[in-house]
Design a protein around this ligand. Structure first.
Ligand SMILES: Nc1nc2c(ncn2[C@@H]2O[C@H](COP(=O)(O)OP(=O)(O)OP(=O)(O)O)[C@@H](O)[C@H]2O)c(=O)[nH]1
Ligand SMILES: [Mg+2]
Length: 465
């Protein structure tokens, strides 16, 4: 009996031990699982367990002179301003001093977090004080009382490319100037892009200096479309005499059969440019697709793009797309960048109803016309002044004295024999019209010799007629 009891208690102890160890094992594994989950969540890699990233990254932060970047971190988020995406803002400049105040005014008003924007400028072939103006503007910008208005890193590069074509509207737009100018601009853009882009940039924004007006939300507005390359529509204001507003940038277009056929016939080095009768491509231009009351979100696929305001994911440049400084599919610079990026499989789109306004610069013809208008205005002003003067003289010289004459009549003629007066107080007198010209000459000479009118009152002619 005692033996049985001993056996029983031994068995029940063993069962208890087994149950307890099973329970501990269960609790242990749950604890371990929870610990793994928490650490994965804390280190931000929870989802990567189910995705691709399972490898371990060593910590390089304490290794001297080593900078480690995971380029997957800067692939560009459509809400980059929330996720902390850094944008590198690239601006090519030539003889741009006159444009910089307006440019910096627009820059300062941008709503994308300024600390996430790095500014990079390339100044080339400038005869004005572009660099000096740039320095002044940047001093103002970066000493802003409100620190949140200051920008991230700022870099200025200078390099001349020997551009000889002038920066005036007509110099820039001459047909023959187009190919060489666009190829040289492409070189400048590539030099700038290659030094500007850092591993931590997610987006690259290109902007020309000569923009008049654009939305303060431009960066967010372009980024949220989540496209590889995206451009707005570009129009320009015009003086009233030229019709108020006008589609401006014809470099954003969709390819056409006409364009492709034309490209086949041209020399290897040729660069097709839009807006010239020499190159009739019949391409649909983004500029002409605008519906002023249309949805600004509408997207249109493009082949060629203009450079006034380009937003691109940094990966586009990292992958090797750039601004061809040679004829790529018979295009160069920004238009070729659009074509090349598409060829590489990137999305390239334009926003027909979302507009950026380029400044108005008068062409040589416009200047001539304006000169003529100014001269005309001056001539009309002079004419009006003379007219005004003569009108005054006329008023004074030919003042209507009839009413005062009626009043003064009796006083002046108080010594006159009133019996000689006709009805209506008119004087009776007659004029001898019979005098020959000789008589007139005689009278004039006599009068001159006698010193002219002696001022005596001739009773027979009291009115002095
Ligand atoms: N670094 C550099 N910048 C340039 C050069 N030529 C023009 N730029 C700048 O590049 C931008 C675009 O130049 P624009 O002269 O407006 O040329 P464009 O846009 O082709 O011509 P438009 O359509 O007439 O405005 C502006 O910010 C200029 O200051 C150059 O040779 N080197
Ligand atoms: Mg321009």
């Amino acid at each position: 009996m005692a033996f049985d009891e001993k056996e029983d208690s031994k068995k029940s102890r063993t069962r208890f031990k087994t149950i307890m160890s099973k329970k501990f094992a269960k609790i242990g594994s749950i604890f371990l699982f929870l610990l793994t989950c928490v650490s994965l969540i804390i280190y931000g890699d929870f989802l990567s367990v189910f995705n691709e990233k399972t490898y371990y990254t060593p910590d390089f932060s304490r290794t001297p002179q080593v900078e480690y970047y995971d380029l997957n971190d800067s692939k560009g988020d459509k809400e980059g301003w929330r996720t902390g995406d850094r944008v590198v803002f690239c601006v090519p400049l030539r003889d741009a001093a006159i444009h910089l105040p307006r440019f910096f005014n627009l820059l300062g008003k941008m709503t994308y977090p300024h600390n996430l924007i790095d500014l990079t400028f390339l100044v080339s072939d400038s005869k004005d004080d572009t660099l000096g103006s740039l320095k002044d503007e940047l001093n103002n910008l970066q000493q802003h009382k409100d620190k949140s208005k200051r920008f991230g890193n700022i870099e200025i590069y200078e390099k001349d490319f020997g551009q000889v074509i002038g920066q005036s509207f007509s110099d820039r737009h001459g047909f023959d100037a187009q190919g060489p100018r666009r190829k040289l601009m492409a070189r400048a853009r590539n030099w700038l892009g290659s030094v500007a882009l850092k591993p931590y940039h997610s987006w690259v924004y290109w902007r020309d200096v000569d923009v008049e007006v654009l939305p303060d939300t431009i960066l967010e507005d372009l980024i949220h479309h989540d496209k590889d390359v995206i451009v707005p529509n570009v129009w320009r204001p015009l003086p009233d005499w030229l019709g108020n507003i006008q589609p401006y940038d014809l470099n954003s277009w969709q390819e056409s059969d006409g364009g492709l056929q034309l490209a086949e016939f041209l020399d290897e080095d040729a660069v097709i440019v839009e807006g010239y009768p020499e190159y009739a491509t019949w391409r649909p231009h983004l500029a002409y697709m605008r519906d002023p009351s249309g949805d600004p979100e509408v997207e249109i696929e493009l082949d060629g793009i203009g450079g006034v305001s380009i937003m691109a994911k940094a990966k586009v440049f990292r992958a090797g797309s750039h601004y061809p400084a040679f004829s790529f599919k018979k295009h160069a610079e920004t238009e070729a960048f659009g074509k090349l990026s598409r060829t590489m499989g990137f999305s390239v789109v334009g926003l027909p109803n979302y507009v950026v306004w380029h400044i108005y610069e008068p062409s040589t013809d416009d200047l001539k016309h304006m000169e003529w208008m100014a001269e005309e205005e001056e001539r009309i002003n002079e004419e009006n002044k003379i007219k005004e003067f003569y009108e005054k003289i006329w008023e004074i010289g030919f003042e209507d004295m009839r009413s005062s004459w009626e009043k003064d009549f009796h006083n002046i003629l108080k010594n006159v024999d009133h019996t000689k007066l006709q009805d209506n107080n008119r004087l009776k007198f007659s004029v001898d019209w019979e005098d020959s010209p000789e008589d007139y000459e005689k009278i004039t000479t006599e009068s001159e010799l006698s010193g002219g009118n002696d001022g005596s009152f001739d009773e027979s002619d009291p009115a002095g007629v």
